[in-house]
Design a protein around this ligand. Sequence first.
Ligand code: 3PG
Length: 332
Amino acid sequence: MATGVYNQAIGAFQSNSHINNFNHQHKFNYIGRLVVTKDFFSSYGLSKRDLRVSKCIEYQTSVVDSVSSASRSRTSDRDTHKKSNEAALILVRHGESLWNEKNLFTGCVDVPLSKKGIDEAIEAGKRISSIPVDLIFTSALIRAQMTAMLAMTQHRHMKVPIIMHNESEQAREWSQVFCKDTKEHSIPVIAAWQLNERMYGELQGLNKQETAQRYGKEQVHEWRRSYNIPPPNGESLEMCAERAVAYFRDQIEPQLLSGKNVMVSAHGNSLRSIIMYLDKLTSQEVINLELSTGIPMLYIFKEGRFIRRGSPIGPTEAGVYAYTRRCVYKSC
Ligand SMILES: O=C(O)[C@H](O)COP(=O)(O)O
């Protein structure tokens, strides 16, 4: 049985305000397509009544498992992963940074999280706390790394994320862990510059609103959201996609293919380009794609396809939209 945590995780995606007390009906309304076994009900203290509210339960996934069930061994988790040939992919844009707070173009400048960003990262961690994570990829920038680390402090598995230093033979040698059990209670974290925010060129450090006043809203919107027009001496989304999507395909997809659950903590534009690839968005559609800080998005990778699971539907859930294809551009 491997559906319990998936249910719970999806339930947690439902609503910010319901994180601590979301009800089962919510969970099932959103899921609506999962096989729920006896184990699930007992491990989460649910009753038959809960089953009745889940009108249409038909889709079984083995991506995630019940961490609360101490009886299940890690070995069987691995077997399930292998057999199922499906995996979870969590994408999260870093929490608010100190420059997001000041409304400055940041790009590749390495700025830490603000207090609000720290809270967002912790909140993001709560939302994904029931999805087993085998491997984490972050950008090389501290705001994405802080987000990943803070999120993992909330995880039910309590595994310790450990940054892999591959920059030299010595770094690899000196950071080895010699205890099998300790290793099993760790999650490797791989930092890659290819996942960095798009390089914002001469806009880096400028105030967004002042820049819009100086160059005009349309011009700044074009720099920020067009697909192939770069800001002065910076990267267009297309250029950013060339490195970020290539990295995703070469390094991340093979991990998913092998059944590993992966979290990627990165940036507004590197993630927009990856989502463009995952959801097959056109260069027109991606213009309207906006990502909120610190809101995780879940995809299931199954039979070579990415199935987006992270955006709850319904007007009452507007506060937790991580992703919207049709958003009104606001100059900020
Ligand atoms: O780099 C930045 O300034 C932001 O993180 C992303 O900016 P954008 O919303 O202008 O793409």
